[in-house]
Each structure stands twice: as structure tokens, then as C-alpha cells.
Design a binder for this molecule. Structure first.
Ligand code: ACM
Ligand code: ZN
Length: 481
């Protein structure tokens, strides 16, 4: 007997037999002893009862039950379920390529079926500014637009745009009905070409740079020695934070090369004045100032794992571990810091299946082996981003993300000891129809786990594409001009 449910419920006991009527009634009960997201479903010949503490738990129970009822033969059983992790996120990059609000809602609908509870929305980067703000309208007039070249667009027209506040409120309302929090990411101090192209005076050199038309890591970042930059960020973040009525706010912090800071009198003066050792600590100082500001507005801060490189980041910051090369996230979590598992090689859904097969995504263990027992809880969850440098349209996005998003959904909800890849693959088959009802077409089964030849070819191509001379230089020598 199996339940065709994704994510797999954590505890199921079978009474024996199957439900012999589809007219059976559902009763809803409350139990304060259950956890906030937990629920119990009992399916008996006499009726179905759903017990939860909260509306959210009831919502998840309904999601589970609708999948079971869809499967035809319904086993009589009792399900006692609650998530493995409190944070279950998916990220959409709406900068490199935008999605329509309707497309974003389709993705959210699918994520809600999988019991994700957090939508991390990447809204600013080198290739565009994507959110309406009243404080600096120039960001929408200039920073939101790029020449079309790069990213595969070759039609000679400018590419860009932004989400209006009304559109964002609409997405937030849609998420609220599905118990999903929305976390904006305003990436800083790096990945800020859209900002410094609009306001060159906020960069160290003050020179004009164009909004980028290709992917990569770029050197003209916010000047952390300039007080006007802090004032700018505070005004900007204040307005954006108000729009998103949630506790978390993501301030980026990844891939900030510091060659401009090394050569900037203002940055060097700041380093001396604050008693910092180097440019790395200057990023720590910058991040802490921004974090303190947002915390004073009642927010909790999330940032990418490079934030830990300075060694002075506030330990109230939750870290997204996308590429921790030297175990800083493990040490952080072992010292009480909170971490979200987001490893690029397993959870980045824009990597082709030859580089990241479904099985690899599914089998990734989000909790580090090197954590002490008491600190395991400091890995608060999982998140799967889809970066869109090479994903221009929604069909491609769905092909890349489905079914791998389902694998991350199961990692977020189902405890490690209850996971099983073969069972997951079987349960996946039943998911094709509900996804297509939402308007999402997942990749065909033969694409999920390619053989050796495709894998080698795709890995080789990935490495070759990423090894441009500038990418090598900026990665190996981020602080040298
Ligand atoms: C990242 O992929 N730069 C977070
Ligand atoms: Zn500077």
C-alpha cells in the first residue's frame, strides 16, 4: 500500500482496506498540542477527520488529502505529519529574465502543493532593477533597462521593466492564501550594477557603467566608504521593507570583488577609522550596518554565505549556504548561527540535468555531518533557486525546475530517514497531471537522470562556459584590478 503524495508524509499507519465510497464526509478538529504546521488525517470507512492546531496545518492536510483522493484507490490510514524543517524556500531570479505575474503565480501554486512556505524573490542585480520604489524613481527609469545583447536576446531592443507595487502586493496576497512568506532580495554591496549605473556617485570611481547584458561578477560595486551610500541604502530598504510584511529580508552579500575598495580613498579611510583589518572586514562592517538598520525596523536578515568571510558578521544573520568552500557555515551553525541549505551543485535548478540530475538533487543531505547533535537544528531549512541568465521563458523554467523542485520540496518536509529515491520517482508520475492543470509542464522522465555521455558533455560545457578570462581573473583575484 502506498500514498502517492509528495512530499511524503512522515508517519503513516494503515488500518487495512480501502475507502469504498467517494461521498465520504470530512470533519475538521483542532488540537493545540500539534505543531504549527503539523496535522493528522484519519481516513476511515465512517469518514475522514483532519486535525490541526492552525489554519496552516489544515491547509497542508488538505494538500495531502487531495493528492490521496486523486490516486483512485484510497487506503484506510492515519497520517501524523509535520515538516522536517521550518524554512522551505524557493527562489526566482526575476532580474536576468523577468516572468509575468501570472507565470510567477503558477510557480507559486506548484510550490504551495509541495508545502513550500517561503518565496525568495531576487529583485536587483547587475542586469536590472525590478521593483517600483518612490524614493529613487531613476532606478525604474534607468536601472531597470539594459541593451538586449547577451542572455540570448538579439532583437536590438532594450530589455527590462520592473514589478509595480500593486503587482507585488498582488503576488503577496496570492502567497498569503497559500501560507507562503515573500522575502525580497536586494543584493548588496556587489551585484549592484543596476544601482551604480543609475547613480555612478555611489560607486568608488564614480564613473558611468552600463547595466550589464551578460552574466558574471562585476567590479563596480557600492562604495562602503561613502556615507551617502549608507543613507541611500537605508532610504531604499526602508521603503521596500514596508511593502513586504514578513520577518525576513535578504540583503545578498555574494560575489563582491573588492578591487575598487582596495584603491578607493574613501573605503581606505573607513577601514582605518573603524579599526578594520582589510576590505573583507569592510564588507562585514557594511553588512552589519545594513543589518542593524533593518533589524531596527523589526526584520531578520538573510544573506549569502560570503557574508561570513569577514569573520565579523552579526550572528543574528541567517546564512544561505550556496557555496561554502571552507566549512564556515558548519562553524557558524556549530556556534548557534542559522543556516539555510542551498548548495549550488545540488539545488540550483538552472543547472542542466546532465550537471545536476534529479537523483543528485534528491539525495543531497541538507544537514552537515560535522554538526554536533544539539546544533543540527541550526540548519533551519532548504531553498532551491532558479537563476535565469539562460532561462528566457517560462516553459524553459518549468522544464528546468520540474521535477527537481519536487525533490527539494520533499527534502524540506520529509525527514531524512523517510526519504527514498525510487519511491519518489514512482510518486512523481502522479504529479504530472496536477502540474499540467496549473500550466506547468515538467521535463520528460528520460531527461531526469542522464547517462554518462550526456553528463560528461554537460559538465564539460558548464566548465567551459564559466571559464572566460575575466571570470577566472575576478574569481582568483577579486581584490586586484
Ligand atoms: C549566488 O549564486 N551568487 C548566490
Ligand atoms: Zn569606495
Amino acid at each position: 500500500m502506498t500514498l502517492n503524495v509528495i512530499p511524503k508524509p512522515n508517519k503513516v499507519s494503515y488500518y487495512g482496506g480501502t475507502l469504498n465510497s467517494d461521498e465520504v464526509g470530512i470533519a475538521y478538529l483542532t488540537d493545540e498540542k500539534l505543531s504549527d504546521e503539523g496535522y493528522v488525517i484519519s481516513i476511515q470507512q465512517s469518514g475522514i477527520t483532519i486535525t490541526s492546531k492552525s489554519e496552516k496545518g489544515k491547509f497542508y492536510a488538505d494538500k495531502t488529502l487531495s493528492q490521496i483522493l486523486r490516486q483512485g484507490s484510497v487506503p484506510l490510514c492515519r497520517i501524523e505529519d509535520e515538516p522536517a524543517f521550518p524554512y522551505r524556500g524557493f527562489m526566482i531570479d526575476s532580474v536576468r529574465h523577468m516572468q509575468s505575474v501570472e507565470e510567477i503565480k503558477k510557480y507559486i501554486s506548484a510550490a504551495a502543493e509541495l508545502k513550500f512556505n517561503t518565496f525568495h524573490w531576487h529583485l536587483s542585480d547587475d542586469q536590472g532593477w525590478r521593483i517600483e520604489v518612490e524614493c529613487f524613481p531613476e532606478l525604474m527609469e534607468k536601472g531597470a533597462w539594459r541593451d538586449c545583447h547577451g542572455f540570448g536576446s538579439k532583437d536590438g531592443r532594450a530589455y527590462g521593466g520592473y514589478y509595480t507595487k500593486d503587482e507585488i502586493r498582488d503576488v503577496i496576497a496570492f502567497c498569503k492564501e497559500r501560507y507562503i512568506d515573500v522575502i525580497p532580495e536586494i543584493d548588496m554591496p556587489g551585484h549592484t550594477t543596476a544601482i551604480v549605473s543609475t547613480f555612478p556617485e555611489l560607486s568608488c570611481r564614480g564613473e558611468h557603467v552600463a547595466v550589464k547584458t551578460e552574466g558574471g561578477i562585476f567590479r563596480d560595486i557600492l562604495c562602503a566608504g561613502n556615507e551617502a551610500v549608507y543613507d541611500f541604502c537605508y532610504r531604499l530598504l526602508d521603503e521596500i521593507a514596508e511593502l513586504f510584511p514578513y520577518e525576513y529580508f535578504h540583503i545578498g552579500g555574494d560575489e563582491a570583488p573588492k578591487s575598487r575598495w582596495v584603491n578607493c580613498p574613501k573605503c581606505q579611510t573607513k577601514i582605518k577609522a573603524e579599526g578594520l583589518s582589510d576590505v573583507e572586514q569592510l564588507q562585514g562592517y557594511f553588512t552589519n550596518k545594513i543589518a542593524e538598520f533593518l533589524e531596527s525596523k523589526g526584520k531578520k536578515i538573510i544573506a549569502w554565505n560570503e557574508t561570513l568571510n569577514s569573520g565579523i558578521a552579526k550572528n543574528s544573520i541567517t546564512i544561505c549556504d550556496w557555496m561554502d568552500r571552507d566549512g564556515k557555515c558548519v562553524d557558524y551553525a556549530n556556534n548557534g548561527g542559522k543556516v539555510i541549505a542551498e548548495d549550488f551543485y545540488h539545488y540550483y535548478l538552472d543547472y542542466v540535468y546532465g550537471v545536476t540530475p534529479l537523483k543528485k538533487t534528491y539525495c543531497y543531505k541538507p544537514v552537515y555531518d560535522k554538526l554536533t547533535e544539539e546544533n543540527k537544528k541550526n540548519v533551519i531549512g532548504v531553498e532551491a533557486p532558479v537563476w535565469t541568465e539562460y532561462i528566457e521563458d517560462f516553459d524553459r523554467m518549468c522544464y528546468m525546475c520540474f521535477p527537481r523542485l519536487l525533490a527539494v520540496g520533499e527534502a524540506g518536509w520529509t525527514r531524512e530517514e523517510n526519504k527514498d529515491y525510487e519511491s519518489f520517482k514512482k510518486r512523481l508520475v502522479a504529479y504530472e497531471k496536477p502540474l499540467s492543470d496549473i500550466g506547468i509542464k515538467m521535463a520528460a522522465a528520460q531527461e531526469w537522470d542522464p547517462g554518462f555521455k550526456t553528463r560528461s558533455k554537460d559538465v564539460f560545457k558548464r566548465i567551459k562556459d564559466s571559464l572566460t578570462p575575466e571570470a577566472i581573473r575576478v574569481t582568483l583575484f577579486p581584490n586586484k584590478e
